[in-house]
Ligand binder design. Structure first.
Ligand SMILES: C[S@@+](CC[C@H](N)C(=O)[O-])C[C@H]1O[C@@H](n2cnc3c(N)ncnc32)[C@H](O)[C@@H]1O
Length: 186
């Protein structure tokens, strides 16, 4: 078993470190619900998932997916993740962004740096001490525009308040996604 195949395997490692049974977690790009469903397996009765997507069919399909496994502690919003502050008033322990477009779907529906950065900034405000945000960003989706803008924003974050790291799979072909990891410091 390998742990460092790609961004998704590393996000799973971080979920294992950071998400507990009573955690409040956020999936900011629900899509097909893979991350949402994976997160549900870590949560108990006191845990909760909030999810966002601008594609209603993605929200509906993920609701069906979660119901079919009997998971009930979730609320999915058909709304942009730039509006998380309108819906979530409590501290969160973990958030994930899987940016770009949904494979095998309309590639014109894609995350955009302005709204993504607004959302990450709001998620950082909601984050508990020790909590973590993972952002998978695909350089190939828009010639790297969103990736470079996010990186510029994250480089400006005060290191006294947040640890920010980037993972790049340097020997992989075809422009693999990079992973930004943001952890709120004590
Ligand atoms: C790469 S896919 C996410 C994959 C997903 N995590 C999964 O497990 O299948 C990116 C998703 O972001 C969504 N999206 C684009 N802009 C958004 C926004 N402003 N707020 C929330 N979701 C957005 C798209 O509709 C798409 O479903």
């Amino acid at each position: 078993m390998n742990d460092f195949n790609n961004v998704n395997s590393v996000i799973k490692l971080i979920i294992g470190l950071k998400v507990k049974e009573n955690s409040i977690v956020l999936d900011c790009t629900v899509g097909n619900g893979n991350d949402t469903e994976y997160l549900s397996s870590y949560l108990g009765d006191k845990g909760f998932i909030y999810g966002f997507d601008i594609q209603q069919n993605a929200i509906e399909a993920t609701k069906t997916r979660l119901s079919s496994i009997g998971f009930e502690n979730y609320q999915l919003f058909f709304d942009g993740h730039e509006n998380i502050d309108k819906h979530i008033k409590e501290e969160i322990d973990f958030a994930v962004y899987n940016l770009g477009y949904l494979p095998k779907s309309d590639h014109m529906i894609i995350t955009k740096s302005e709204t993504t950065i607004q959302s990450i900034s709001k998620a950082m405000d909601l984050l508990s001490i020790g909590g973590c945000i993972c952002v998978a960003s695909y350089i190939s989706h828009d010639n790297g525009v969103e990736y470079h803008n996010i990186k510029k924003f994250l480089k400006s974050v005060d290191q006294q308040h947040f640890n920010v790291a980037e993972m790049d799979f340097v020997n992989q072909k075809n422009f693999p996604a990079h992973l930004f990891i943001i952890e709120k410091r004590n």
